[in-house]
Design a binder for this molecule. Structure first.
Ligand SMILES: [Zn+2]
Length: 294
């Protein structure tokens, strides 16, 4: 079974504006389909992408980035209710991942987390420190971590680069999660994007907090050599049982093939690298199945 742990939901004009996507993906010359989030029926199109990629289950995420854009240019907000509705339509293909801006209303956020798990069986919480302008070490977020532990829910943090201009870099460094891990050792954490470009920092984080995971979403934006070099280090330092396959939307239809063919790509390029079938199965689905209870 192949599981993609990193897919966003939302409709153009309803949940986000065009400028939002332009900022996100404008920095890369090799985005396979820049229009991917502008499709008329994004959910059905996503199912087609998953079919094309051979992905069985996608973990589909909500987001709430309204607070940093109070000045009327539109924001990005995909509510949990919408994600729940999409999962209801495709229960075999989607697993719901809830999200909220933890500083918008911390008390409400705690209740919302409980509702998402109990009512809609959502399997993880996604938090976006840089997009939502908060430091994950902020004490106002701690009650949410406590609730996630109580519910045994993994917390997926966006760490690392984004092209979004109004997303401060000071909240992107993976090391910000270290103190969170020290204070909340029982919390299950997934670091998104391997914290790119602070990959070594992310590796150190995972070497300390040995039950944490990372995903490789967004790495479809780079030449596969980058991924191979990172994976060599990851295997040596953390072991593949803690790496998760994720795509990020413009690469959902295409990235699976790259990762599945890494041995061939390495051979072609004369790079010394080999990953076993068993390890590949862990990254492509087995690890996620355990973590997200799929
Ligand atoms: Zn993402």
């Amino acid at each position: 079974m192949i599981v993609d742990v990193h897919v966003h939901l939302g409709e153009l004009g309803r949940h986000f504006q065009k400028w939002w996507m332009d900022e996100l993906y404008g920095g890369f010359p090799n985005v396979p389909d820049r229009e991917v989030r502008y499709r008329k029926d994004p959910v059905e199109s996503l199912i087609e992408d998953l079919d094309q990629a051979g992905v069985d289950v996608a973990c589909v995420m909500a987001s709430d980035h309204r607070r940093p854009y109070p000045y009327g240019i539109g924001s990005s907000y995909t509510p949990n209710d919408y994600v729940a509705e999409c999962v209801r339509k495709h229960p075999e293909r989607f697993v719901g991942v809830c999200s909220f801006d933890p500083l918008r209303d911390p008390h409400e956020a705690r209740k919302e987390l409980e509702r998402c798990v109990r009512e809609w069986d959502m399997r993880a919480l996604k938090l976006y420190p840089t997009y939502d302008h908060f430091d994950p070490r902020d004490e106002r977020v701690f009650p949410i971590y406590e609730k996630a532990i109580e519910l045994d829910l993994p917390v997926h943090f966006h760490m690392g680069y984004t092209g979004t201009i109004n997303a401060p870099m000071k909240y992107q460094f993976p090391h910000l999660l270290d103190e969170v891990g020290i204070r909340f050792p029982e919390m299950k954490v997934i670091v998104a994007h391997m914290g790119f470009p602070w990959v070594d920092e992310c590796l150190c984080l995972l070497m300390k907090h040995r039950h944490w995971y990372a995903d490789i979403a967004y790495w479809g934006a780079f030449p596969p050599e980058f991924l191979i070099e990172m994976m060599k280090k990851f295997d040596f330092m953390c072991g593949y049982r803690r790496l998760l396959y994720g795509s990020e939307n413009p690469w959902t239809a295409t990235f699976t093939k790259t990762v599945m063919n890494l041995n061939e790509i390495a051979k072609e390029k004369g790079i010394s690298f080999r990953i076993s079938e068993a390890d590949l199965r862990k990254i492509m689905g087995e690890n996620a199945r355990k973590l997200y209870r799929i």
